[in-house]
Design a binder for this molecule. Structure first.
Ligand code: NAI
Length: 248
């Protein structure tokens, strides 16, 4: 029996990267997986097949997580097709970096909408069902920069700080209904997002990490399994930094 056998997880932005790694690890632990991404193209279909190959039910849904109405519709479909939603991982995220003086309104609005409003949309849509089920685990994907700030990422850092406060607030409101909410704050993780950085910047970041390596997506997925499962049944409102010791 896996740690998540019999549970259904809904993971946003999971066609690739950290979200996909979480989906695969949850599936290995026996969870059925519904995931979203902007489009479910060949890559999304391949992710769906990889998850299903673990012997669980898997389906990808095309939706823009920043869109309230689309989110309500997707959650309704997941409810109908999967029966329950026990775990919600708000993972979809983007960066549009720039120094404050040069940051445009569009850069600000897009990052807040995709990284933060999306989590409101999904929590708002899932919580009534979780309340009826008398339980659930919500995991918000934050970032170490949401705890410490980062020059050149005011929009992104603010959105991730918002994800932390959102998890704590929902944890307080929903605790009496058996719903836990926590945040994961990854440090420097090797994905498309960080591979796009210039080599000197990558080196500089890694030099600041006591474990002297970037994290891999499995490092984040393992923490997500802990927060999703009953292993953490008395843990709510926490932020777990998974960053190789970068910020102590
Ligand atoms: P990624 O760019 O590889 O994957 C993000 C996924 O989200 C993509 O599949 C993308 O299509 C999807 N997505 C983007 N906008 C969307 C929208 N509006 N609706 C639905 N899906 C959407 O990124 P990665 O690295 O896997 O990041 C996942 C999460 O982890 C993000 O929230 C990111 O901010 C966070 N994170 C990543 C770190 C890193 O070092 N890679 C560090 C700290 C946090």
């Amino acid at each position: 029996m896996g740690l998540l056998t019999g549970k259904t997880a809904l993971i946003t932005g999971a066609a690739r990267g950290i979200g996909k790694a979480i989906a695969l690890k949850f599936a290995e632990e026996g969870a059925n997986i519904a995931f979203t991404d902007l489009v479910i193209d060949e890559n999304g279909k391949a992710t769906e097949a990889e998850i299903a190959a673990k012997g669980v039910k898997a389906k990808g849904f095309a939706s823009n997580a920043a869109d309230f109405a689309q989110t309500e519709e997707v959650v309704k479909q997941v409810k109908e097709e999967f029966g329950s939603i026990d775990i919600l991982v708000n993972n979809a995220g983007i960066t549009k970096d720039g120094l404050m003086l040069r940051m445009t309104e569009q850069q600000w609005d897009a990052v807040i909408a995709v990284n933060l409003k999306s989590a409101f949309n999904f929590i708002h849509a899932c919580v009534p069902l979780m309340m009826r089920q008398r339980g659930g685990s919500i995991i918000n994907m934050a970032s170490v920069v949401g705890v410490h700030g980062n020059a050149g990422q005011a929009n992104y850092a603010a959105s991730k700080a918002g994800m932390i406060a959102l998890a704590k607030s929902v944890g307080q409101e929903m605790g009496p209904k058996g719903i836990r909410a926590n945040a994961i704050a990854p440090g420097f993780i090797d994905t498309a997002m960080t591979q796009a950085l210039p080599e000197d910047i990558r080196k500089e970041w890694i030099g600041k990490i006591p474990l002297r390596r970037g994290g891999n997506v499995e490092d984040i997925a393992n923490t997500a399994v802990y927060l999703a499962s009953d292993m953490s049944s008395y843990v709510s409102g926490q932020v777990i930094q998974v960053d190789g010791g970068m910020n102590m």
